[in-house]
Write a protein that binds this ligand. Structure first.
Ligand SMILES: N[C@@H](CCC(=O)N[C@@H](CS)C(=O)NCC(=O)O)C(=O)O
Length: 220
């Protein structure tokens, strides 16, 4: 681990789940030294990395002297407790549940459909070619984002961001799905509330710095 960084973060430039951790670190003013795990080269399945993340997935966050932490939502909650300001969750009970719910719609129900291990299985066992895989991505990213749009549009709690006027865990997870659609050049129509919120996130330094295109290893 580098001298200055507080954590070591196992990540890949376009990883949606690693993006979430990067945004949270940026919002909290915390730093991590990144270790690249090349998902295209299958490094997530190496024996060495499986000791760090037994499911063979990134991110993994390592604090000196502690076991690696995996699962981006758990890591976001950890960072929020470690450094409570600015908060990633609202102060009220119902608000916290709403934010966690939106975050889970993205991170737990949408993202897992489009991860490399699912692609690998569908292409090697399920007979998917590139076109079938792309149709699958469009289907599941579109389904997830349409559901989030339904939840956000017109809700009194929805503000400049998903919940009020400060970024929360919900925005981090939503932006992480939108980041996937951008990397793969997939346009999701008819999500005006999401488009509006993403335009705000795009101007926020913590989100800008985490942009996949700005990470080491991103294609030029
Ligand atoms: N639920 C996990 C998902 C982690 C995950 O699947 N990460 C992807 C990259 S975004 C990964 O490492 N995939 C490796 C693979 O599918 O082989 C989290 O939120 O951290």
């Amino acid at each position: 681990m580098s001298e200055q960084a507080q954590f070591e973060l196992f990540a890949f430039w376009r990883s949606s789940a690693a993006f979430r951790v990067r945004v949270a670190l940026n919002l909290k003013g915390l730093s991590a030294h990144e270790q690249n795990i090349d998902l295209d080269a299958g490094e997530q399945r190496s024996a060495e990395f499986l000791k760090i993340s037994p499911l063979g997935s990134i991110p993994a966050l390592v604090a000196k002297g502690h076991e690696p932490l995996t699962q981006s939502l758990a890591i976001l909650e950890f960072l929020d407790e470690l450094q409570p300001s600015p908060p990633l969750l609202p102060s009220d009970l119902y608000g916290r549940a709403r934010v966690r719910s939106i975050a889970s719609m993205c991170a737990a129900d949408t993202h897992p459909m489009v991860v490399p291990r699912v692609k690998k299985y569908l292409q090697t066992t399920g007979g998917f070619d590139d076109a079938a895989w792309r149709a699958w991505q469009i289907r599941w990213l579109g389904t997830g984002l349409a559901a989030v749009e339904e939840r956000l549009a017109g809700a009194p709690e929805t503000g400049t961001f998903c919940h009020g006027d400060e970024p929360t865990m919900a925005d981090i997870c939503l932006a992480s799905i939108v980041a996937v659609t951008r990397v793969f050049k997939i346009a999701i129509p008819d999500v005006p509330t999401i488009d509006r919120i993403m335009a705000t996130c795009d101007q926020h330094p913590a989100f800008m710095k985490a942009d996949p295109k700005r990470q080491a290893g991103a294609p030029g």
